[in-house]
Design a protein around this ligand. Structure first.
Ligand code: TYM
Length: 333
């Protein structure tokens, strides 16, 4: 049996990148035989990114409703909220004590902040919290607690999975074989989905297309995707075209080949956008209807999450007892 696990940070409204990079592959994986899935709302991680409690609560509800609307069956998978599992921060501490500070110094998110400050002539650690620095250890605890084999993520998270492997190996080296070494599972045709401005689609760049934005709003956003100044009739490059990459992430191989052919034939950008919109809306519309209903019914979402927390703790509690014992702490009973 393969264990598949992934999380989404509850710091904003889910967008197409989260869907293509995490939600869609996880829902598919959850339907395979011989797979045991753990999917969760990373709300402890959200505290690193935002100091707005209302936003964390809203986002938690939105991301939970998204997963359910996209077809996740909470009876079949273990679907939970990170902060319902107190063993996670406990494991974070056990892992912290075997994690080299140098490893964390190399984390992309932390380094980006430090480098940006330094380039601006400021104290490199200006505005950098210890939470941001520790982010990869918390994430390692998420993964290692359930001994996940596969972690479906977008490319931006690969380094974090590699760090989780390193941290697991350090712990195993000191205390014996307790952890499975996890691997990132990346969708081949998704890579990193670009946003409206062509940079990585990200809550922090404010360039996202929310997954369940109403149909007319979806169309408006797609019409605003940045393109080059080539006129209708002029051949277009698929390489580096955000529009093309978005299309590719949602279409079949045949559809993508046909779209590339239209690029070569000089399709007008307006027409290309229209086709992207229709293709996207075809996939999203049925799920959007379910989402709109679910989001009105937080109590039912809450019930699913409670059930998930019980299932997750049925694994986490005994495993934590074993780990406490392994490092020389008294087990709680
Ligand atoms: P987060 O919340 O930033 O993103 C959730 C998932 O969406 C993917 N993603 C993308 N994929 C393709 N193109 C994009 N533009 C794009 N933007 C986001 C991310 O790669 C991710 O898979 N640290 C994680 C959450 C987390 C986690 C974990 C994941 C916490 N613990 C344990 C896996 C295992 C994060 O902030 O993802």
């Amino acid at each position: 049996i393969q264990r598949v696990l992934t999380g989404i940070t509850t710091s904003g409204t889910p967008h197409l990148g989260n869907y293509a990079g995490a939600v869609r592959p996880t829902v598919r994986a959850s339907r395979l035989a011989n797979v045991e899935s753990f999917y969760f709302l990373a709300d402890y991680h959200a505290l690193i990114k935002t100091g707005e409690p209302a936003r964390v609560q809203r986002s938690t509800l939105e991301i939970a409703a998204t997963w359910l609307a996209c077809g996740l069956d909470p009876e079949k998978v273990t679907f939970y909220r990170q902060s319902d599992i107190p063993e996670i921060p406990e494991l974070t501490w056990l892992l912290t004590c075997v994690t080299g500070k140098g490893l964390l110094n190399r984390a992309h998110a932390y380094k980006a902040s430090v480098d940006k400050n330094a380039a601006a002539g400021m104290d490199p650690d200006h505005g950098v919290t210890a939470g941001l620095f520790m982010y990869p250890v918390l994430m390692a605890a998420d993964i290692l607690m359930f001994n996940a084999h596969q972690v479906p993520v977008g490319r931006d998270q690969i380094q974090h999975i590699e760090m989780a492997r390193d941290i697991a190996a350090s712990f195993n080296h000191v205390y014996g074989e307790h952890f499975t070494l996890p691997e990132a599972a990346i969708e081949a045709n998704v890579a990193t989905l670009p946003g409206l401005d062509g940079r990585k689609m990200s809550k922090s760049y404010d360039n996202t297309i929310p997954l369940f934005t109403p149909r007319n709003q979806l169309r408006k956003l797609i019409m605003g995707i940045v393109t080059d100044s080539r006129t209708p009739g002029q051949p277009k490059d698929t390489e580096g075209s955000a529009l093309f990459q978005l299309y590719q992430a949602f279409a079949s191989a045949e559809e993508t080949t046909a779209f590339a052919q239209q690029y070569r034939e000089g399709i007008a950008w307006g027409d290309a956008k229209e086709q992207l919109f229709e293709r996207l809306d075809r996939e999203i519309a049925p799920m959007r209807t379910v989402y709109d209903e679910l989001i009105q019914n937080p109590a039912s979402i809450e019930r699913s999450l409670k059930m998930g927390a019980e299932k997750a703790r049925a694994v986490a509690t005994p495993f934590t007892a074993r780990l406490r014992n392994a490092v020389g702490l008294r087990s709680l009973s």
